[in-house]
Design a protein around this ligand. Structure first.
Ligand code: FAD
Length: 328
């Protein structure tokens, strides 16, 4: 259920926008706020599916700890609109370079053009195919110790290992609880030295496949195992597979780079991609970006885009001034 009432359908194809932003989550809206307040004509196209929409509360976000992620986005939309930014519920499906900027096509065939393009369309998470797991996503099943570890303090924690590297997550969670079980069946193998270190830190290892989720009403109470046993846990930390929603960046030829979380769109410190005039921020630029990081990189991209456009306008004025001077 969207947290804001929004029936405003702007006319998108009537002007050449200063900046088109694809994605209206924490990153896109932060950039839009900076740009709208810089008096740029900015439009945000958004499909209203922020990555953390399944979670009732977000954490680690200064001054908004425990706030609803959907309320954050609703507040952000209001702030951008108050500064005359335009937000449209639309899915961008195509992008191409044109003279003077970019053309974006939405899934209903609307065409928009703009001088600069910022992509903050984020990611899609895919959970292991275990019945009941997805129903608990964002509540009893979570992914990020920085987001939900504190709330799991002293509780029975299950860690669904997706890979041997995922053992690191179990080690991180050890700061919060002494009652941790690592379920290894989804990982290819867990090397013996790693097993010994986990055991040394008091972390249990269970190699039985997990076949389901036990609940009491809406509350997760355990994991069902292949032999019929139930492992009692209060919260499960999983390793979802993250897929970048970066079709548009790929169409424009933005380069990727290999990082600790896989191949991702490469950006410089300000969010510039390898394609001149195209920026990426938030999880589109860094799969590990939490909300404050998404906001920070979005705001940084907004400032840099505006700075670049000002420089372009000054350079054009300098040329005109020189020509005027020559003619006088
Ligand atoms: C379960 C869960 C809990 C989390 N809890 C926390 C937490 O407590 N604290 C924290 O800091 N972080 C948390 N996160 C991480 C948080 O979700 C991200 O940091 C944040 O969403 C990143 O913001 P973003 O703007 O990069 O992307 P998103 O918020 O994902 O926004 C991307 C937007 O782009 C839109 N979009 C996608 N494709 C298109 C398209 N083609 N055209 C137009 N629009 C498009 C989407 O609908 C979406 O609105 C959590 C994540 C998950 C999965």
């Amino acid at each position: 259920m969207p947290h804001d009432i929004d029936t405003f359908t702007p006319v998108l194809d009537r002007e050449h926008w200063d900046v088109i932003i694809l994605g209206g989550g924490a990153a896109g809206l932060s950039a839009a706020l900076i740009l709208a307040r810089a008096r740029r004509r900015v439009v945000v196209l958004d499909t209203r599916q922020p990555r953390n929409r399944f979670a009732p509360h977000m954490h680690g976000v200064l001054s908004r700890d425990g706030y609803s992620p959907l309320d954050l986005v609703a507040d952000g939309r209001r702030e951008v609109r108050a500064a005359d930014g335009v937000i449209a519920d639309a899915r961008a499906v195509e992008a191409r370079t044109i003279d003077g900027g970019f053309e974006i096509v939405t899934d209903d065939g609307t065409r928009l053009t703009g001088r600069r393009l910022l992509v903050t369309t984020g990611v899609r998470d895919t959970l292991p195919d275990i019945p009941g797991l997805a129903d608990q996503w964002g509540r009893g099943v979570v992914a990020c110790p920085y987001c939900d570890g504190y709330e799991a303090s002293g509780r029975a924690i299950g860690v669904l290992l997706g890979s041997a590297a995922g053992a690191h997550k179990a080690h991180m969670l050890r700061s919060y609880s002494a009652d941790i079980t690592v379920f290894t069946a989804l990982a290819d193998s867990l090397p013996e030295p790693e097993r010994r270190v986990l055991a040394q830190r008091g972390i249990r290892i269970d190699d039985r496949p997990v076949t389901g989720v036990e609940t009491d009403g809406d509350r997760l109470t355990g994991l069902r195992l292949a032999d019929g046993a139930i492992a009692a846990v209060d919260v499960v930390f999983a390793e979802p597979t993250m897929v970048a929603l970066d079709d548009v960046l790929q169409q424009l030829g933005a380069e990727r780079a290999e990082g600790p979380m896989g191949s991702w769109t490469a950006v410089d410190a300000f969010g510039r991609t390898s394609v001149p005039g195209v920026w990426a921020a938030g999880t589109s630029a860094n799969p590990g970006a939490l909300v404050p990081i998404a906001m920070g990189t979005g705001a940084t991209a907004g400032l840099t885009i505006n700075g670049e456009m000002v420089a372009e306008e000054v350079a054009a004025a300098a040329v005109e001034a020189g020509q005027d001077g020559a003619a006088a």
